[in-house]
Design a protein around this ligand. Structure first.
Ligand SMILES: Nc1nc2c(ncn2[C@@H]2O[C@H](COP(=O)(O)OP(=O)(O)O)[C@@H](O)[C@H]2O)c(=O)[nH]1
Ligand SMILES: Nc1ncnc2c1ncn2[C@@H]1O[C@H](COP(=O)(O)OP(=O)(O)O)[C@@H](O)[C@H]1O
Length: 211
């Protein structure tokens, strides 16, 4: 069976990864979401197994030691990681999966899955990024400052990615990512290869004498 596509949506903190990913999933219900494990505490309304698998540090270390994570990263004092088996199973079932993860983890995934599709979400401006980090209202001032300085460094990793998508409007960003997914599916279509080979079997113009 044809394997599914691994799509990694990443970018600086506060750019809108979570928001755009949720909107994209609503639009593409067949797209499977990789639920991460984390040691951070649940925010109001977050549910274990839906938003994250909430783990103690000991539990997370055990997952690291038993190679249960495809990648993990420490981010602003907490660990975050992608459960490996679920990703492998989903891809082998021919389904597309999306990982919404920060940039260090995304680069580790790229080493293991170079065939993945790596999308870097960009803010329309630095000022807008500041506003988004501040405006969410879930963090203390110290965390906001830390996240902003991390975000500025994270922007430098853009050039490791296949695509840059500006998140100016949620809908427009979703349109762009949907178009990328459609185009990547087209590139992998078997009929295109077959068509190409059919054309390749036709003698080239210089070998055909003109009448
Ligand atoms: N490397 C890695 N990063 C993750 C994973 N899950 C979530 N993240 C990232 O961790 C960062 C912090 O996530 P979170 O605390 O939920 O805050 P928010 O996404 O900024 O609202 C975000 O950049 C997430 O994309 C994961 O499994 N691996
Ligand atoms: N296109 C957008 N326009 C305006 N605000 C946005 C947009 N995308 C996201 N936001 C807001 O920016 C803040 C950060 O978004 P979030 O999805 O939590 O970012 P991330 O997951 O990258 O840290 C949230 O308050 C969210 O509502």
């Amino acid at each position: 069976m044809k394997r599914g596509l691994l799509i990694v949506l990443s970018g600086p903190s506060g750019v809108g990864k979570g928001t755009v990913c949720a909107a994209l999933r609503a639009r593409l219900p067949e797209l499977v979401y990789s639920v991460s494990a984390t040691t951070r505490s649940p925010r109001e309304g977050e549910r274990d197994g839906v938003n994250y698998f909430f783990k103690s540090r000991e539990q997370f270390h055990h997952m690291m030691q038993t190679d249960a994570l495809l990648e993990y990263a420490e981010y602003v004092g907490n660990y975050y990681g992608t459960p490996r088996d679920f990703v492998e199973k989903t891809l082998s079932e021919g389904k597309d999966i999306i990982l919404e993860i920060e940039v260090q983890g995304a680069l580790k995934v790229k080493e293991k899955f170079p065939e993945g599709i790596f999308v870097f979400l960009m803010p329309p401006s630095l000022n807008e990024l500041k506003q988004r980090i501040t405006g969410r209202g879930t963090e203390t001032q110290a965390t906001i400052d830390h996240r902003l300085s991390v975000a500025v460094e994270e922007m430098n990793l853009l050039y490791h990615y296949d695509y840059a998508v500006v998140n100016d409007q949620i809908d427009s960003a979703c349109n762009r990512i949907s178009a990328i997914i459609t185009a990547e599916h087209c590139k992998r279509e078997r009929f295109l290869n077959e068509l190409f080979q059919e054309f390749a079997s036709v003698p080239s113009a210089e070998n055909v004498s003109e009448r």
